[in-house]
Design a binder for this molecule. Sequence first.
Ligand code: MEV
Length: 433
Amino acid sequence: MSATSKRSLFDIFKGFSKLSYIDRLKALTEVKVLSEADQNFLKTGGLQDVRLAEKFIENVIGYFQIPLGVATNFNIDGKDYIIPMAVEETSIIAAASKTAKWVRENGSIATEIIGQSIIGQIQFAKVKDFTVFEKEILRQKNYLIELANREVAFGLVKRGGGVNDLKIRKLERDDGFIMAVIHIYMNPCDAMGANIMNQVCEYLKTPLQELTGETVTMCILSNLVDSKLTKATVTIHTIEPELALKIEEASRFAELDSYRAATNNKGVLNGIDPILVATGNDWRAVEAGIHAYAAMSGQYKSITKWRKIGETLVGTLTAPIIVGTVGGVTTLHPSAQISMKLLGVTSANELSRIMAAVGLVQNLGALKALTTVGIIEGHMKLHIKNLSLGAGATENEMPFVVKRLEEILSLTKRISLSNAVEVLNDIRKQTNH
Ligand code: MEV
């Protein structure tokens, strides 16, 4: 991010949350992260023209708009990032930014990609003779890979990717027959790869049937991509030993218990999903992959792990996060393009690493809050404005209602819409007297 190299993004974002949204847009334009055109596009409410929607889906009747914000303070692998997040849940962005600041001041975030290939599956529901089938495919393995690369994945090969392996799996059915599944492994470069993988599998169907005399039942990519994992590691050097232990205990809970693991992973996805949405990536695919990976041992488990090691707290997240930076909605949707600009990433792997880092930091923020003050206070403080609006407070009445509700919250640790209605009624009575 050359335009901002003189001042770090950390400096630029000091007091950012206190600015009006117009001033936030101005600040991002001043540092040349956004252009004047981007600023105007966002100021006028984003995408209005339904013709683009009609390119994406059928039976269009409009757009469904959710807020787009930015999480600040993230320094990942030594580089400052602005994180675009499209999300409706109060406090996700605030918690991410606050925790990222804490990590930045007391530790670091490192990320890596383990493996490079996505998986496609070709099913043979009932094979007559698995041994002969396996032998024949293995004999022709290199030919099949070359064929797929020459006829379908040639564009990826030019960019350093393409099909690179093939494996055969044997599944025992409950009716005595054997099901065979071929896994195709392919490096999709900067694409998410679903379309090209499905094309490769469909293309291989005929040669495979001819070679083996067996029948292909279906072909599709798999979202459980254990052959390409993204890992993030957060290390906190300066931390109260008691807090580090509490976070470790919260982590052990999610590692041992599926009920807790589901909520823990939901908190991680609070960090990942909004970036997937903002960048026009397929969040259903990533969700499915992450949950399937979390259950791979036979028990649904946490995808994060925190340990106090000496004086340090170390957390890791490992999961498949398969995303693209080219093609589909990412390229066509102007808001996704703006999000990509904000991120300033140069590859799909970099985007995936950022998502893992934000997911892990979001998890840390949740565990820190849950094991200390609880999440109600932080959540509700931000929710007070929504409650005041919900009760019908006008712009003039808002500051008074908010102040009174904050007092009630700090006294009772609880607050609801009926409190807001009561407070508003009291204020109106007092002003009428
Ligand atoms: C709420 O959106 C997310 C949390 O429940 C996550 C967690 O429990 O770890 C706070």
